[in-house]
Design a protein around this ligand. Sequence first.
Ligand code: NAD
Length: 714
Amino acid sequence: MNNVIRLERPTDAAEIAVLVIDNPPVNAIGNDVYEGLLTAMDQVKSDASVKAVLIAAAGRTFIAGADIKLPEQAGRGEGGRLYLHPLLEKIETFPKPVVVALHGTALGGGMELAMSAHYRVAAPDAQMGQPEVNLGIIPGAEGTQRLPRLVGVAAAVDLCVSGKPIKAPEALRLGLIDRIIEGDLRTGAIAFAREMTAHTSHPRTRDRRDKLGSPEGNAPIYAAGREQAAKIRRNMKAPLAAIEAIEAAATLPWEEGLAKEKEIADRCLASDESRALIHAFFSERGVSKIPDVPKDTKTLEIRKVAIVGAGTMGGGIAMALVNAGIPVILRDTEQAALDRGMAAIRNNYDASVKRGRFTPEVVEQRMAQIRPQLTYEGFQDADLILEAVFENMTLKKQIFAELDKVAKPECVLASNTSTLDVDEIASATSRPERVIGLHSFSPANIMRLVEIVRGSKTSREVVATAQALAKKIGKVGVVVGNCCGFVGNRMMIPYMREAQFLVEEGATPAVVDKTLYDFGMAMGIFAVDDMGGIDVIWRVRQERKHLEKPGVRKPLMTDKLYAMGRLGQKTGAGWYRYDENRKSSPDAEVEALIRQTAQEAGIPQRNITADEILERCLYVMINEGARILQEGYALRAADIDTIYLTGYGFPGYRGGPMWYADTVGLKKVLDRIVAFQRSHGELWEPAPLLRELAESGRTFASWDADQEKRFAIP
Ligand code: NAD
């Protein structure tokens, strides 16, 4: 038919036309698949010897979704709207039975195509779903109209709001598929198609209304769906839009429902929300492209890892590794610390068993893969050693000097440091080219981000190895340069500082946090401080004291809270007060202390608007991001966005701080920064890159595009 669609006529079942979709790697549906299927359907229609059509896919999966470049183009208003209607219409109204065979993952446009067929069969482990909400769009290729007809309104709402796939047995129970084929899928599907040729008529999903319920009966389902959306997709419009389209399916005749769906889908495609989420999608996939570390760079296979330090991070990383099948040696200096570390790991796993994520047997297998010990025994066989001891340069250097003696020559020596100089750590070894920072985030068994900190001597092979390891353990590895705080924390420092200035000027921690939370941040910044520990922030400040310039404003409260032992959640009080369940409430004592401190420092008090809170917290971060980019510590603005989206709770539907700045308009961001510089002084000095882009009417996205050209990254 064309290069991605083949028509096959099995010798032992020549009356069945098998249309094979072969568009590796995931058979994404783009123009070629669409055109090929359309032509193929026409061809088999005119062939009287064909009694039934089977649509199946080659490779590891059925259509795993639409080609996401298409909605990206559509969002920019550059065509790209893949309008599947003519194909779906052709399939559904086909005079002979059309069967679709599903394996792997049938998602998005793939599922929508499958639902237009008369019958669906699936492999027992196939998964199906409508994950469009993750990209801020709806199943707009008639999915919102056919899905509720097949599975009912409640299940359709759940599938579209959660975006989560379901497995074949559940799909069968719901009526999404007609049969599970044990054994060879193609053989079983052909037999099924033959069976169906005996029927005189074939069900068209559009004609079904038996599961659509009544407006009164559906009302609480929509309400529950909206409630679910508010919980799991806070502030997002796409899940609500999907519910609106499902409601149209349940109340309107087919054609009118389709028209309504198209209107809603177009609205979503043009939204800032979908543009941001699609940007986030491509940004995450783009981080692995490093100009001087091409895809074919040699890597060292990591079969065994040793970790030094069985604390919060060491334990979490050990879990992430064994979950991916990599055995771990976990070393600490004292038995008590080791016991605490192993108990914390056990607790985490027990919680996963309670949530149904793992079975107790799986947990036992995982635990058995972690070998706690007090010595360096076995370290000589490790392919990678990760240091996760206290954040102290002298200690880290001492450990790296020891590791240099025990590790095999090709072993990668990594540090989980969050702020320290990786080059200085590497200088304690005789092989700085094998040393790298692997900055994971807490809880490390859950958080997806790892900043891969490339020292000045780190070899390309070691960078590529770290990237491959991150991928293997399901993390997003973003390569960053070795500056203080790397990318994420370097931007956090001014963000935290500005938030503290705001409370000194008259806001309260609760008001600042609510404003940030309402913007979409996973947590307000003061809640983050309390979770991480005021002592940690205090310590970082001590390390940076030498950078503080006389006469430049400094936050006043951290030292006071630290001195009072208000270290955050762990002491039951920090910026907030915590009950025994670690539930926070504002604390009048802290608020009074803030007012008193401000008065003593002569800081005038005023009402601060939500706009100012957001601008000061976010623009200061963006300004630092621009500096990081210009200095080359991040390769792309999109990398910074990925860091904030995967490690710092920045809302996906805002695309990350740099993308958000583009959507606000860099000129506006710059103007506000200049205004803040006038009223607050040199900490608000605009970053030269931000000024340059804003004044030439450009964006961070355009800077990234130029950057890709400069590096000739394909
Ligand atoms: P932690 O205090 O929970 O654990 C440190 C562990 O190291 C302790 O168990 C301690 O006994 C052990 N240790 C100390 N000296 C040792 C030695 N010589 N040999 C073996 N073990 C030794 O600390 P953490 O929070 O896990 O932090 C570890 C590192 O990770 C630090 O560099 C920190 O900056 C970084 N980090 C922490 C977080 C976080 O949220 N906790 C996030 C990112 C990075």
